[in-house]
Design a protein around this ligand. Sequence first.
Ligand SMILES: Cc1cc2nc3c(=O)[nH]c(=O)nc-3n(C[C@H](O)[C@H](O)[C@H](O)COP(=O)(O)OP(=O)(O)OC[C@H]3O[C@@H](n4cnc5c(N)ncnc54)[C@H](O)[C@@H]3O)c2cc1C
Length: 388
Amino acid sequence: MSDGLLVIGSGPAGVSAAQAYRDAGGPGPIRIVSADEHPPYQRPPLSKDVLRGDAPAEPVPIDDEDPDLRGITVDLRTRVDRVDTDARVVHAAGREFGYRSLVVAAGSAPDPLPTAEDGADVYLLRSHADAERLVEAASHARSAVVIGSGFIGCEAAVSLARRGIAVTVASTEPAPQLERLGERASRLLAGWLADEGVTVIPDVRVTGVGAPREVHLSDGTTHSPDLVLAAVGVSPATGFLEGSGVEVADGFVVVDERLRTTAAGVWAAGDLVRAHNATAGRALHVEHWGDALTMGGIAGRNAAGGEETWGSAPGFWSEIGDRTLKHSAWGDGFDEVRVVEHGDDDEAGVTVWYALDGAVVGALTYEADQDYQRAEGLMAERTPIDDV
Ligand SMILES: Cc1cc2nc3c(=O)[nH]c(=O)nc-3n(C[C@H](O)[C@H](O)[C@H](O)COP(=O)(O)OP(=O)(O)OC[C@H]3O[C@@H](n4cnc5c(N)ncnc54)[C@H](O)[C@@H]3O)c2cc1C
């Protein structure tokens, strides 16, 4: 056992946990162990400017005011395979790391395409190394199939199209994110994809991908593009916690509103948690950059002796080409949608309010920052949708 903080993962949750612990005067040395091969960097640009070819190839530090993470040791290429919470030791890459306090922030890993044959050339996008490989392939591709119409799929499709590549999105949904965001938001996204020259094939499953790039769809068609990107979702990276005494349910680390796990001296934050949100009054799972930063900060300060709770409303921005969509929601569904158009066409802006049992539970905005800004308060106060 050491007398300091150990953090697993060098994404936003892990980095902000380490910084927050340091800034709160937490005792002992501070160390991050990470499977990643690059020093901590920003992930959101990977599907946007980096894939478009508009950003430098170098990873962008997570915090440009503290790019070298003063006072924090970072061990890269150090994948954790086991945690012993009784002995307070983490086993990683043949080494042992003791801790007094541990923050688990290993994030998510992209789901592989289950129907891809061995030898099929299917790219995934999560890390900077993934982006480097994808950008290299895109630099001599003339056609691409993107599998999945979630935010990563939509962003990547438009970024590839901006490089002059003919892009087809194969989607299991009748329209992009129809179920998650409702008809109006889905129509907005579909319009943007069409404007950028992206073709969407709705309501299809990928029945197989043969080597090297034969994409077979459930509508009977086969596509043979120069590049295939699967963006079919992510799963929490929690396998190494098996047998550790840290409770994991449905793959997610269970934490309370102070981001404490069920094991003494262990906190968790970011994509891999299902955390009790003090304002929502229920456990939530979110996969957003800003929320990972926020949760990491809380976990780090609490590991240093604080008693902070997580209660902010989850939210993210998605940049699709030159357009930015903003979304804030508790994320566990809605049964009513109210649309406010801010002009005669989509470019004038739109706000979509989401309600559950008559109360505001979320908002999606385009060119309507005033609504995005007041969404959190309306959600926190469970404002009746009729009063918005
Ligand atoms: C291309 C892309 C674009 C995105 N764009 C946006 C956006 O615009 N807005 C938004 O809100 N969100 C966006 N996201 C989602 C956002 O990046 C994630 O929600 C966020 O990174 C989660 O942070 P995290 O710290 O929990 O995990 P991660 O960022 O996934 O970091 C986890 C870290 O743990 C390491 N790790 C994993 N397993 C182990 C192990 N066994 N041992 C040691 N280390 C391990 C990983 O290498 C990594 O360093 C995007 C994601 C991607 C992939």
